[in-house]
Design a protein around this ligand. Structure first.
Ligand SMILES: Cc1ncc(COP(=O)(O)O)c(C=O)c1O
Length: 358
């Protein structure tokens, strides 16, 4: 690694391992791998091509799906927010994409369109999250309309999304599962309800299609679940030490001087900052892995640099490489110090970070 270069090492073996772990957890279900937001910051095309065993891919936006097709990806791709305008339907058809329908506007557009061949539709039902989805009482109407439309493939997928899957004991999970079962009872359509947390927590809700994101990337969807499932982090973020300096007790470090040393010590400056996607709100004490130990972040995060307290006896040298998260330092832990979620840290990696694969 060049000095001053920030790298995100993407471990494709870990990715495959995580997918296999999901498949072992739910052997009778198919896997729609969620690749939205640049595959949670890991690189859309890179991740898609490294997942030949996935059964389908899920993206949020049409341009993400088109980028996958342009890269030669031929697997089924589902637009998880559906389409936004009637012009999108031709593009969806030509590119052989599948779409979610979650509102009346989309239903009308699809039923009134003049399409060359029927589209594969996932009908999204709001069972309690109140974000996207039709109301349960609208289900029969939507179902009949879609089944009768020549523009829609014969078999639908019925789907919903759990609001609190990462809180296993939340009563809303069982309420949503029960409502989903009630609405879809007796229908032969394929069904899909669970994301990563739901895969771990609710085997009875696996149905035919799982929709993992986080777990694929080796991030535990809830506390301690990674130990049980043995998933592995896919991204390891690294940057190099570019300065090592002695400071005396009482001296401050960084913008605003908001961290003061309680004793004489050695500080290290690492060439990564919020311009690379390291969270600006990471607190003093956020762990950084350097030469086999954890050292605490001190002072404010700058655009291109952070400072760490190496301790008075430090033997660290310029050029040593630090790990900000990944192998040896879970991104979940760093996210806690930055009062955010790991998903956000991963997605926020910026373009100047060099991505490498191992
Ligand atoms: C509809 C839907 N399904 C599945 C996922 C994947 O969720 P997770 O990353 O928690 O596995 C998402 C992500 O937000 C989603 O919006």
């Amino acid at each position: 690694m060049n000095l001053r270069t920030v790298t995100a090492e993407i471990d494709l073996f870990a990715l495959t391992h995580n997918l296999n772990t999901i498949k072992k957890t739910a052997p009778n279900s198919q896997v729609l791998a969620v690749l939205k937001a640049n595959a949670y910051g890991h690189g859309l095309e890179r991740i898609a091509k490294a997942l030949p065993q996935a059964d389908a891919f899920g993206v949020a936006r049409l341009d993400e799906a088109l980028a996958l097709r342009a890269a030669g990806v031929v697997k089924p791709i589902v637009l998880l927010e559906g389409f936004f305008a009637k012009e999108d339907l031709a593009v969806i058809g030509v590119n052989n994409l599948q779409t979610i329908v979650h509102n009346q506007e989309q239903l009308e557009i699809i039923c009134q369109a003049n399409l060359d061949r029927p589209l594969k539709v996932w009908l999204k039902i709001d069972t309690g999250m109140h974000r996207l989805g039709i109301n349960p009482e609208e289900f029969n109407y939507f179902y009949e309309q879609l089944k009768q439309s020549e523009n829609v493939h014969d078999s639908l997928v019925l789907m919903s999304h759990l609001a609190c899957a990462d809180e296993i004991s939340s009563p809303s999970n069982q309420q949503q599962i029960a409502l989903f079962n009630k609405i879809s009872a007796g229908l032969s359509e394929h069904k899909s309800l669970v994301n990563s947390a739901g895969i771990c927590a609710f085997p009875a809700a696996h149905f035919q299609w799982l929709r993992p994101g986080l777990m694929l990337y080796g991030v535990s969807p809830m506390q301690n679940i990674d130990k049980k499932l043995a998933i592995k982090p896919v991204m390891t973020l690294k940057a190099s030490l570019i300065a090592v300096r002695k400071i005396t007790q009482g001296e401050s470090v960084g913008y605003g001087g908001n961290w003061q040393s309680k004793e004489d010590t050695t500080i290290g400056v690492i060439a990564i900052g919020y311009g690379d996607g390291y969270p600006r709100h990471a607190e003093n004490g956020t762990p950084v892995l350097l030469n086999g130990r954890r050292v605490p972040l001190i002072g404010r995060v700058s655009m291109d640099m952070i400072s760490v307290d190496l301790g008075i006896d430090s033997i660290d040298e310029i050029g040593d490489v630090a790990t900000l998260w990944g192998k040896g330092l879970p991104v979940e832990e760093v996210a806690t110090y930055a009062t955010t979620i790991p998903d956000e840290l991963l997605c926020n990696i910026t373009r100047r970070v060099q991505m490498t694969t191992v």
